[in-house]
Each structure stands twice: as C-alpha cells, then as structure tokens.
Design a protein around this ligand. Sequence first.
Ligand code: GMT
Length: 378
Amino acid sequence: MKIGIVCYPTFGGSGVVATELGLELSRKGHEVHFITYRQPVRLELLSAQVHFHEVNVPKYPLFHYQPYELALSSKIVDMVKIHNIDVLHVHYAIPHAYAGYMAKKMLLEEGIELPIVTTLHGTDITLVGSHPFYKTAVTFSINKSDAVTSVSQSLKEDTQRLFNTKKDIIVIPNFIDLEKYKPNKNKCNRDLLALAHERVITHMSNFRAVKRIPDVVKIFNLIQKKIPSKLMMIGEGPELEKAKQLCSTLDIEDKVVFLGNTNEVNKILCFSDLFLLPSETESFGLSALEAMASNVPVISSDSGGLKEVNVAGVSGYLSSFGAVEQMAENAIHILESDATLDEFRKGANSTAAKFDIHKIVPAYEAVYEMALKNCISI
Ligand code: GMT
C-alpha cells in the first residue's frame, strides 16, 4: 500500500507515534510518504520506502496568520497525484483532518478517491479542539473522515462526550518497539549524572501546564529527603523556567539535571529507576510507556488514558492529579528496597509488552483496508 502520513514533526507524542508507525509500515513493505512542514524529529532515515515531502507556506505581508491548511491540502493533492498514494493517515485533528478533507474534495473533482483516516491524540480533543473557536470545524472533520481512531478508550469517550458525535471511533492504543528500549541494548552513561548510591528519577514532556511540572519537582523534593536521588528532566516548554526557579527555591538545584529535548530517550531511561508523570490530562501517556519498556516503573496521575497504560501495584502507582504527597509516598515505597524495585521493574516490562509494536500496527493496516473498501464520495 502507498500511505501518506500527515503529522506534527516536533517532539510531541503524536509526531513520535506517527513517525514510528510510518517506519514500521515501511519495514512491512508499504511505501510511506510523510507530508509535513519539517522532517519529523524521529525520522532519521529516508529510503526508497520512506519519503518526506515538505510543506512550505510562503510569507506574504497581507497575512496576519499564514494559511498552513491551504498549503498542506495543496501539497497532499499534488503528492497523491504524483505518487499514487492510496490512503491518507492524518495524526492530530487540528488542522490535519480539515486539510485532509479539503484535499479529498479537490481530488474527487479529478475522479480520484482518497480515503482519510484520522487519529485523535488527546489535546486536539480535550484541550484545543473542544474550544468554541475550533469545535465546529473539528466536529465536521471527525464526521467526514472515512475512519477515526483514538489512542485510548478514555479519549474515545471524551470525543463522544465533547463533540456529541455518532462517528464510530476505533481504539488503537499507542505502541512501542520493545527491542529499541531493551536496557542492555543501550549504552548507559549513568556515572556521568548520578552517584552509585543514588536513585535516578526521570520526567519527560513538552513542559506545558497540563503536565504539572511544579508537581514533578515537589514530588522529587519529598523523595530526595528520604532517598538519595537525582532528577532528570527531559524536554522543553513554557514551564521550564518555573521548574528551574522552584528547584532554586527548594534548594535542590544540584540534584536536578535539565537535559532539554533529545532523540535518545532510551539512553537516559536505561539508567532510570522511576518515571514521574503527574499530568492533569493525558490521553495515553506515551512517555510512560517508553519508561515501562525500559523496565522503569511509573508514578502517574490517574487522568484519562493513563489508567489503561500504568497498572497500579504492577508497573507503578496512580493517584489523583495534584496528590503530590501520595505520589511521593508511593515512589518511596518502590525505591526503598532493591527487591521491591526489581519487582516493579519486571511489572513495568511485562505491562509494556501488551503494547508491542508488532501487535498493534496490524490494527492500523486493517483500518486502512477498511477505509479503502468503504471509501465513498462524501
Ligand atoms: O502531551 C502532549 O501535550 C503532546 C501530545 C501530542 O499530540 O503530541 O500528546 C498527546 O498524544 C500522545 C500520543 O498519542 C499521548 O501519548 C499523550 O497522552 C497526549 N497528550 C495529552 O493528552 C495531554
């Protein structure tokens, strides 16, 4: 099959899922065409089976806002015609599902049928998409997609509630390449960042308010009072400075390392002992799954789809968001003894195995087949 993939090329989870999916599809023999404004960060390899088509938006002084959807839908039409793309898979509804629908309509004028598969990732529904300024267009785009998938049951229910849509939404959970995260496969440079007797605690996100970054620092502060430890903060975003200031106020600056954005998440997770994800909302929590696949237990909130990923007492613990003290107590319980930590490491690994890339990707292939079969002119 020839598959077009539209996604955000940045460090966010939806872009990572789209990229890893495209790469796996190419390994399975499909021809994959990424259509976006920059080469996706995890797309290191372009090959005969993997192509990248850049969307350019020429600047014009009249435009206060650059018309990205227009440029994207034109690019989709051109690429479908040149490369005979069979199906378009758009990740993140805004504005990709909308641009996909416009491309579909333009292609139809030329007698070309293009099925659109839309994957909902989270904030496109729970935070941004349901905003009154966007809701009408997002509802329209969801209803007009040939197939809609969501990354968790929780996100499916949120979509049905917030958008009052009758559209059938297929749940396909996010997935992980277990091989890539096998701790012994990765060269661990633990000694550079922590002392032998210290536990290593990690957080990774885009540092937006929804991730509750101050809670990450507060939880760590309580842990380090009982257990010698270091905190690795991976990522960048609007709450970064606030986090640094809080570390200074709590006088723990020397125990917290800010590593910025990285493509080598597995090389940091391989020496981590615990992962913190206390988010206010989280449709799935891909970073928690990446940690679990690296044998790292997770202390998370019980928001949204996290309940479908992190299993209490097995791969970690879950609490209501904001329950900083309880999260710290659970973390200390896991970290206090090597035997308990080992049990949770095994539990994290076996729970992650449920999301093995080889089990999940066939579900997307089945959706493409179905969309191709059912594709009707709307
Ligand atoms: O978490 C973010 O803010 C980034 C966002 C994205 O679209 O890149 O992540 C969402 O999609 C991920 C991949 O499906 C999910 O694992 C995240 O849980 C989801 N984020 C939220 O729902 C807040």
